[in-house]
Design a binder for this molecule. Sequence first.
Ligand SMILES: [Zn+2]
Length: 164
Amino acid sequence: MTVNVTAEAYLARSIALATANVMNSGGPFGAVIVTADGQAFDGVNRVTATNDPTAHAEVAAIRRACAELGRFELSGATLYTSCEPCPMCLASSLWARVDRVIFAADRHDAASVGFDDAVFYEFFENNQPQAVLSVVKLELDGPEAPPVLQPFTTWRSLQTRTDY
Ligand SMILES: [Zn+2]
């Protein structure tokens, strides 16, 4: 892949955001979303500052970009991040329809200072959910059982829905 000066500059910006965030009660992570037409939106990690385990830099950047653009998808955009995105941030990027992700440090660098990214990657790659998290499908049956598929049938029949 060809990395031009602009990509390197955005990646450097994400690293600068991450470092500055450490001195502002945040985690050592920063991200920048750049849309297809060149608009840039910053995000930083605020997990401990806001008691929000989902407040990762990448998610923050996606939320800011979508809020300011008034859209729920960012197709054509590139996500620059100071560290390889965790599985949550990768999934968030997929839902946001981001085109590509470019990162600086990797999951092993993050693990070396105590972050769980590498463990969570193993959780998905090894397909051993019980190791760190129990995920169970509970079958509902009998006369008292709620209609499990009703939300979907209601959605499918709704003429005014916005597909995503
Ligand atoms: Zn993350």
